[in-house]
Design a protein around this ligand. Structure first.
Ligand code: ADP
Length: 670
């Protein structure tokens, strides 16, 4: 998308540039071309005017010179000489004067000459006192004027490309500047006529002089060559144009003007200004028609200069303009590309940043953009937006983590509650079973007790020898009754709730020992009773129940030590101690030197019916913990701290009763 916008923007700037500039260049080229052509035409116009000026001056000089001779005293004096000497004197004078004046001919025509002797006497008679004009004279006329003139004027025609077709092979007429001046006598009568003039055919001095005036040395730039020509009709009779374009080559006398120029200048009488093909090359040319006294167009005056060097310079200039335009276009295009690059770099940076953010690099930013224009501000806004999104995402993540934690906590609590529920359901079932068994056992116990009482009554004094046995049976029956009651108490605690009083733990321990002492002796277990009366605060519990728990733990300890297969010779010691915990609870430790508790046993210890003994029922610890928990206490099982330096397993288990010192029952036991 950025690319297409970039291209569109580039097109927006480049199309006018690349469209308008070439058009402008083309217009400039055309205009330049026309302007240069116009300049060249302007120049040739002025060149032609200069040449014409010179031509007219020479014509005027021929006229004034002839007239001056006609009015001169010398001529009068010569005319005053009587014939036959007069003719020789006149001839000598005219020859002298002709040379002085640079004329090709100077002829005296007496007014009295017969028509037969002077064919143009009638024409002369019609002339004003003096006249000057261009004229074309036939070979005969020329010869009549001066010896050798027709010879000088004869020109062989040279076939020329582009000239009008002709059958002629020679031009034997002469183009002359001719002046007539009347010579008058003292009384004003016409004595005769002076006819002076210059032959233009092959008059190289004349044409070279025109060329020098119009194109002095170094006046033409770029090595162009100036040329000048006089035409008789369409034939070059005097020119500095060379054949074959070579300055050393022969002059192109006898060649003819192109048909198109002839048609325009001689045919229509126009002045030709423009390019024209001259002999061998193109020239910027000016042709002026020359008319004789009768107004007939008899020849042309031409000046021109070689076009080629100017054209070369013109094309060089135009090419230069083209190159400059092209360079400017290239420069402008390059600048536009660069400018577009500068504009789009921040946009591309923004796209790249968004891509990086998308691929997970949340900290990617565009950064500061120079110059801080609209796009720069857009980039800053994007960065700000990304910052905001980043903050929000982090906050969301934080909330998510917190939520996970809470869910985990709640799940654990739920699991604990569920376990509790399972346990209480199990307990309820076991309670029911226990209750029914206890009821069943209560009846045989009552029968045994009743019959024992009956035996004692019946035997009376005869019972004395078995008095001890009877007391033992009594005690055991009592114990059975107690166990049954306790089972029932456990199963239905509300029904059998015992009387809770404040008890000195050391005292209860002492009482309980009575019941296990014979067992200790039988299994050769040393008793280490560290409980001192009054050393700990009184605990709030039912006496029988605490006794039951203590006895249970002590029996377990003795049994563990008796069945111990551990190292030989280890002393069997049952240690009882009481201490006050930091939180004010009273702890009774029952420790033995038995095998201790392995991991599996410790995990399953308080499960109902878990036992490792052949005749065990696995209820003892379960019931004991239940009892203590009912009073807000606890029963904990650990091993003795490791003393053995040889890495043997812990020597003995430690059961700890944790008892509260709180509430007691208001009334006496039932
Ligand atoms: P029972 O004594 O009928 O097996 P208990 O609940 O009293 O039931 O005990 C469960 C089990 O706990 C015992 O079988 C025994 O493996 C283990 N145990 C109890 N007290 C100790 C002790 N002091 N040392 C080692 N193991 C013990």
């Amino acid at each position: 998308m950025t690319r297409s916008i970039r291209h569109r923007l580039l097109a927006l700037t480049l199309v006018p540039l690349l469209g308008v500039l070439p058009l402008l260049g083309l217009i400039l080229l055309l205009w330049g071309n026309t302007a240069i052509d116009g300049l060249l035409i302007g120049k040739i116009r002025s060149d032609l005017a200069v040449a014409q000026g010179y031509f007219d001056r020479v014509l005027a000089e021929v006229g004034s010179g002839t007239q001056a001779v006609a009015e001169s005293a010398r001529l009068q004096r010569a005319l005053a000489i009587a014939p036959p000497e007069r003719a020789a004197a006149l001839d000598g004078l005219l020859t002298r004067v002709r040379r002085e004046r640079g004329l090709d001919f100077l002829q005296w025509r007496p007014a009295t000459a017969s028509a037969a002797a002077d064919t143009d006497a009638a024409g002369l008679a019609g002339l004003p006192d003096h006249s000057t004009s261009v004229a074309v004279l036939t070979a005969a006329q020329l010869d009549a004027l001066a010896q050798g003139l027709s010879e000088q004027s004869r020109i062989a025609l040279v076939a020329t490309d582009g000239a009008a077709p002709t059958d002629r092979t020679t031009e034997d007429r002469g183009l002359v500047l001719v002046a007539h001046a009347r010579v008058t006598g003292a009384a004003g009568e016409t004595l005769g006529w002076l006819r002076g003039g210059v032959l233009l055919n092959r008059n190289l001095g004349f044409i070279d002089h025109i060329n020098e005036i119009v194109y002095p040395e170094g006046s033409l730039a770029f090595g162009s060559q100036g040329t000048a020509t006089l035409f008789l009709d369409d034939v070059r009779v005097s020119t500095n144009v060379r054949l074959f374009g070579d300055p050393a080559a022969e002059r192109a006398i006898g060649t003819r003007v192109s048909a198109i120029v002839r048609e325009a200048v001689l045919g229509r009488g126009d002045t030709w200004l423009g390019r024209a093909f001259v002999v061998k090359d193109w020239y910027v040319s000016g042709y002026l028609p020359l008319a004789d006294a009768g107004g007939r167009r008899v020849g042309m005056l031409y000046v021109g200069f070689l076009e080629r060097p100017f054209v070369a310079v013109k094309y060089a200039v135009l090419a230069g303009i083209g190159v400059v335009f092209f360079a400017v276009m290239l420069l402008a295009a390059w600048w536009s590309l660069r400018a577009a690059g500068r504009i789009f770099r921040p946009l591309e940076a923004m796209t790249a940043t968004m891509r990086r953010v998308e691929s997970g690099e949340a900290t990617a930013r565009v950064g500061p953009v120079t110059p801080p224009d609209e796009i720069g501000r857009l980039a800053a806004t994007l960065d700000h937006l990304l910052d905001t999104v980043d903050d929000k995402t982090r906050a969301l993540q934080h909330w998510g983590d917190a939520l996970d934690h809470k869910v985990a906590e709640r799940t654990a609590a739920l699991e604990a509650a569920q376990q509790q529920l399972v346990r209480s359901e199990k307990l309820a079932a076991i309670g029911q079973l226990t209750a029914s068994i206890a009821h069943e056992i209560n009846n045989p116990i009552a029968v045994i007790q009743g019959n024992l009482d009956l035996m004692r009554l019946t035997l009376g004094a005869h019972a004395t020898p078995v008095q001890d046995e009877i007391r033992l049976i009594d005690a055991q029956v009592e114990r059975m009754r107690l166990i049954v009651t306790q089972l029932l108490q456990y199963a239905r605690p509300n029904e059998y709730a015992g009387y809770v009083e404040r008890l000195d733990v050391a005292e209860v321990v002492q009482d309980s020992l009575v019941l296990v002492r014979h067992l200790l002796e039988r299994e050769r277990v040393r008793l280490d009773n560290q409980c001192v009366a009054g050393s700990a605060p009184a605990v709030a519990i039912n006496r029988q129940e605490l006794q039951q728990v203590l006895i249970n733990l002590m029996v377990n300890a003795v049994q563990a030590m008796a069945g111990d297969t551990g190292p030989q010779g280890r002393e069997r010691v049952l240690t009882l101690s009481v201490r006050e915990a930091a939180d004010g609870a009273v702890c009774i430790d029952v420790a033995d030197t038995g095998p201790g508790l392995d991991e599996a046993t410790r995990a399953a210890l308080f499960q109902p019916f878990f036992t490792t003994k052949r005749d065990g029922n696995g209820l003892g610890l379960w019931i004991s913990r239940g009892l203590l928990e009912r009073y807000g206490g606890e029963l904990l099982a650990t091993n003795r701290p490791q003393h053995d330096t040889q890495g043997r397993p812990p020597a003995g288990a430690v059961f700890t009763l944790v008892l509260g010192t709180g509430e007691v029952s208001p009334g006496p036991p039932r």
